[in-house]
Design a protein around this ligand. Structure first.
Ligand code: SAH
Length: 252
């Protein structure tokens, strides 16, 4: 066991979706810095570690990133094995890349461990196949939230022909709808909105691009949630029969 920082993906919430490597890192950890989207139940894998909560939910009081950096550095320089535990995958909207680069620049050994990202888990939990032969040839993961207010190329997204998985979109549903409609995506494109994916209190709301904002309000959709936008999200309603039939045609 040597002093280093593991940047570990804790997966979307279901403790059984943790990787074996994440469990090994937790067993070795002496200090665990944990984000607030992580299911604290997985701390059973590190019963003797010191656990420090460093959550930083958008819009809420949060631990400054610079403080988290310094905390990791302090413990690793004390010779400790540190695990930085993040929801989903550390490198999907999780600042894993940033933290790894900062630590390596300080001469710290860093190991990244994948986690199952919320978008993939949410779709699977709702029976949605993000790619489907004859229906969707790809997936695009995007965040609706930016720190610098830079905008996405919505037209390119609307015309990409891929399934769109949107993170951090709950507060921006009107904007997402308007931008994708303006970009040429059909108003009746199916949408699945999945809250607390993979957890016992997971909820799912099916809608269309045109109606998703109003439906989300009626449903009282709350963060954390992901949106799956594309024909594959219609696979299990009446219109979706066509989606599956179309895909099956390609199965020889
Ligand atoms: N690194 C994480 C994403 C962090 S960004 C990952 O790979 O999953 C935070 C956003 O992720 C939330 O606003 C929400 O859009 C999404 N998210 C995280 N956990 C979720 C969950 N259990 N269910 C639905 N969405 C989730």
């Amino acid at each position: 066991m040597s002093a280093k920082v593991w940047l570990v993906g804790a997966g979307p919430g279901d403790p059984e979706l943790l990787t074996l490597k994440a469990v090994r890192a937790l067993h070795e950890a002496q200090v665990v810095l944990i984000d607030d989207l992580v299911n604290f139940a997985i701390l059973e894998h590190c019963p003797t570690a010191r656990v420090i909560a460093v959550g930083k939910r958008g819009g809420c009081r949060s631990t400054p990133q610079a403080f988290i950096h310094r905390l990791m550095l302090r413990y690793v320089r004390q010779g400790k094995c540190v695990v930085r535990l993040k929801g989903g995958d550390p490198c999907i909207f999780g600042r894993g890349g940033e933290e790894a680069e900062w630590l390596r620049a300080k001469g710290v050994e860093v190991e990244l461990v994948n986690g199952i990202t919320a978008g993939l888990a949410g779709a699977t939990q709702c029976g949605i196949s993000l790619t489907l032969r004859g229906v969707s040839r790809g997936v695009t993961l995007v965040t609706a939230h930016t720190q610098d207010d830079s905008s996405l190329n919505w037209q390119a997204l609307a015309q990409s022909g891929t399934t769109l998985v949107v993170y951090m979109g709950v507060a921006k549903l009107s904007e997402i709808r308007d931008n994708l409609l303006a970009g040429g995506l059909a108003a009746n494109t199916p949408v699945a909105m999945i809250e607390n994916a993979s957890l016992p209190h997971q909820r799912e709301c099916r809608s269309t691009l045109a109606d998703m904002q109003l439906d989300a309000v009626a449903f009282e959709l709350k963060s954390p949630a992901i949106l799956v936008i594309g024909e594959v999200a219609g696979g299990y309603n009446s219109a979706g029969a066509d989606v599956l039939a179309n895909s099956l045609k390609h199965c020889g």
